[in-house]
Design a protein around this ligand. Structure first.
Ligand SMILES: *Cc1c(COP(=O)(O)O)cnc(C)c1O
Ligand code: SF4
Length: 355
């Protein structure tokens, strides 16, 4: 199979590349009219066309199921709009803000929680005015310790523009941490050039990178090398994954993914419950299934491999850990508080133990 050299953006290309059946074309055109489509050559090369349930294809190849809408779906599933004091900024927690620099991504994930906001049809980078006003907001709010660059994917900026943004932010005295949320090191590793790495090394702030990947196969040799370039330059990395039906909702897949991150010196950070974005119901698991998976990897995998399972509460209330509980209050009549604690095998113990 020839691997295309350019990003696939049209359903007709999906058909000609053997990634979708010709009969699906009319429906896929409808999906593409509503939600952006993009598969980089690196991603296309990973897809096993002989597997109708390929976990890479499920993440990026559009499906007619995306036209289904559920009553619980929301266009703004995590309530960004409710917490946006100026365009480009989301300020939900006191010590940190999201700064949305671009509305485009290298790939478009079929489960994206911002799918109504991202895509090449949306306005691209912030205008100079909007950018200046967002910077002013950060300047004026001295409680902002951390700025999280997100989007879209901020690594769609050129290294030169990225360097300017990094310098502007690092020059603000109270901004100590600049965190970049991106999928680029995995889906388009060649963008992690020497200039891009250099852009992240700024005086006055510490840069962290949170990389998004959902399946161990996404961490190719090239992706691992891109992450190593960043980490070797002194930039710590953490991971973010979304729990996805058919992609990583079994203990073996989750284990392989978390081990791959740690082998790359990337600390697993969050495992997200799928957000209520429209047309993504077929890719979501239940929270009960997510908790069962978290129980399955607890104890069996190194503590380094444990992400926190979180839910972004619809309406703009932030993220909460929703992993299984291991501690409960024991029902005893003693005045002293006693707990029941569950070990990794599922056995229950009293704490403090019976004398
Ligand atoms: C997710 C999110 C953050 C980052 O949260 P952490 O728990 O620090 O990773 C910050 N602001 C907003 C608005 C968010 O949605
Ligand atoms: S890279 Fe992130 S913002 Fe872009 S489509 Fe995927 S999940 Fe959405």
């Amino acid at each position: 199979m020839n691997i295309p050299k350019l990003t696939i953006r049209q359903p007709v290309q999906l058909v000609s590349e053997g990634l979708a059946p010709a009969a699906a074309l009319p429906e896929l055109e409808k999906v593409a009219a509503r939600y952006a489509v993009a598969l980089t050559p690196d991603v296309v090369a990973l897809i096993d066309r002989s597997d109708p349930n390929d976990p890479i294809a499920l993440q990026y190849v559009p499906s007619a199921k995306e036209l289904d809408s559920e009553p619980v779906d929301r266009a703004d599933p995590i309530g960004d709009a409710a917490r946006s004091p100026v365009e480009g900024i989301v300020h939900r927690y006191p010590d940190r803000v999201l700064f949305k620099l671009v509305h485009v991504c290298a790939v478009y994930c079929r489960f994206c929680f911002r799918r109504e906001m991202v895509g090449p049809g949306k306005e691209n980078a912030l205008t100079a005015d909007v950018y200046a006003r967002a910077l002013d907001y950060i300047h004026e709010h001295t409680e902002i310790w951390e700025v999280i660059l997100t989007g879209g994917d901020p690594l769609m900026l050129s290294p030169r523009r990225m360097a300017e943004v990094m310098r502007d932010l690092a020059a603000i005295p109270h901004v100590k941490i600049i965190r970049i949320h991106t999928r680029v090191p995995v889906v388009d590793p060649s963008r992690i050039s020497e200039d891009m790495v250099e852009a992240f090394r700024v005086k006055g702030a510490t840069t962290w990178i949170a990389v998004h990947a959902n399946h161990a196969r996404e961490l190719t040799e090239e992706a691992r090398a891109a992450c190593a370039r960043l980490i070797d330059a002194g930039i710590p990395m953490v991971s973010q994954s979304v729990l996805l039906r058919g992609v990583n909702d079994n203990p073996a897949a989750l284990e392989a993914l978390m081990r791959a991150f740690v082998e790359c010196r990337i600390k697993p950070y969050y495992l997200h419950q799928g957000d209520l974005a429209p047309g993504t119901e077929h890719l979501r698991t239940t929270i009960a299934e997510g908790q069962q998976l978290m129980r399955a990897i607890r104890g069996r995998l190194s503590g380094l491999c444990q992400p926190e399972y979180v839910l972004d509460i619809p309406g703009g209330f932030g993220k909460s850990p929703i992993g299984p509980g291991y501690l409960s209050q024991a029902d005893d009549r003693h005045a002293d508080l006693r707990y029941r604690v569950v070990d990794y095998c599922g056995d229950v113990h009293l704490y403090p133990p019976e004398p």
